[in-house]
Design a protein around this ligand. Structure first.
Ligand SMILES: Nc1ncnc2c1ncn2[C@@H]1O[C@H](COP(=O)(O)OP(=O)(O)OP(=O)(O)O)[C@@H](O)[C@H]1O
Length: 317
């Protein structure tokens, strides 16, 4: 039996264009998957439906074979077993870290509550901050408190909706690194939603690509990079250069080699220093513009270059 089964979900808000179209996804227990899609592709709506917090037009969600009911089918919407964490931490500003984490346990036995809070403070390395208020913490620490609060009810499934959007790159990398270990320790099933492919790749090697309410592709980064199902999935990984006289056929900048003598003629019109290479913008004879990578940093603006690539690396849609 599939652990978390999302089956043929359709959702529209009123007369608007559908937000989710026949969306299906099976997730194994303990799996951490990243769901990547641009803003407005329906990611938050999908998470809310999985959590039982949003009505759907059709389709079903099952957790271990048990149907997840929508708000219109359940008196108190949502489930303790499935917790949603948002981009805005939504912490109680006048409560301490400890109190925020313990908040969902308000009706639980006092001894259990204390013990669970201690476990989570330790797990999340938040012990030194237990008496601090949210405003006294960094963005990354605040997000950890929000995740701690979601974990307090010992959920089986954690849904993270763009949880790192307010953090800078270094904070994100550190938090992702820490969380990966925690999720593994807890064996919790995680759906991590993001528009940022880099964050997704840092978190897991199990990707789901979503576009305009539809699941486009599921697989490892290597699979999707090498055999993207459509141009949207391909472009998530890099810029694409359109090959002259080959309609709808592209090559990635990283697959183009730059020579001085033979190949497709081009002229360097722009040079950008990036961490691992100089990114060159080159103009072809037909006036089209390509991006290529000068790994040895030898070419300058105005240079005439020749471009070559392996035909096997071409992507056609
Ligand atoms: N309650 C609502 N009423 C009407 N339209 C809505 C509602 N919630 C979401 N939408 C619309 O549904 C579409 C998908 O929104 P959703 O938030 O699910 O996308 P998303 O991929 O999570 O985007 P973002 O990353 O910007 O949050 C958008 O066009 C949005 O305007």
């Amino acid at each position: 039996m599939t652990y978390l089964k999302i089956s043929s979900i359709n959702k529209s808000f009123g007369e608007e264009k559908p937000v989710l179209m026949n969306f299906s996804l099976d997730i194994d227990r303990g799996q951490v998957i990243s769901l990547v899609g641009e803003s407005g592709s329906g990611k938050s709506t999908l998470l809310r439906i999985i959590a039982g917090l949003e009505n759907k037009n059709s389709g079903d969600v099952f957790l271990e074979g048990e149907q997840i009911l929508s708000p219109k089918e359940k008196l108190v919407p949502g489930y303790d077993e499935i917790q949603l964490v948002f981009q805005e931490y939504q912490l109680f500003p006048n409560s301490t870290v400890e109190e925020n984490i313990g908040r969902p346990l308000i009706r639980y036995d006092k001894k259990y509550k204390k013990q669970r809070i201690e476990e989570l403070l330790k797990l999340l390395n938040l012990e030194p901050f237990r008496n601090k208020l949210p405003r006294q913490l960094s963005g990354g620490q605040q997000q950890k408190v929000a995740i701690g609060r979601a974990l307090s009810l010992e959920p089986q499934v954690l849904l993270l909706d763009e949880p790192f959007s307010s953090l800078d790159t270094i904070q994100r990398r550190e938090l992702i690194f820490e969380l990966k270990e925690i999720f593994q320790k807890l064996q919790v099933t995680v759906v991590f939603v993001t528009h940022d492919l880099d964050d997704a790749l840092q978190m897991t090697d199990s990707l789901v690509i979503m576009h305009q309410g539809k699941l486009i592709q599921r697989g490892s980064p290597e699979d999707i990079f090498e055999k993207p199902k459509n141009i949207y999935a391909a472009k998530l990984f890099s810029h694409l250069n359109l090959i002259p006289e080959k309609p709808k056929t592209y090559v990635r900048p990283s697959d183009v080699q730059i020579f001085k003598t033979t190949g497709l003629p081009a002229r360097v019109i722009e040079k950008q220093y990036l961490v691992h290479y100089n990114q060159l913008t080159v103009s072809l004879a037909d006036k089209s513009v390509w991006k290529v990578e000068d790994k040895n940093r030898v070419f300058e603006i105005g240079d005439r270059v020749k471009l070559k690539w392996d035909e096997k690396k071409e992507l056609s849609f």
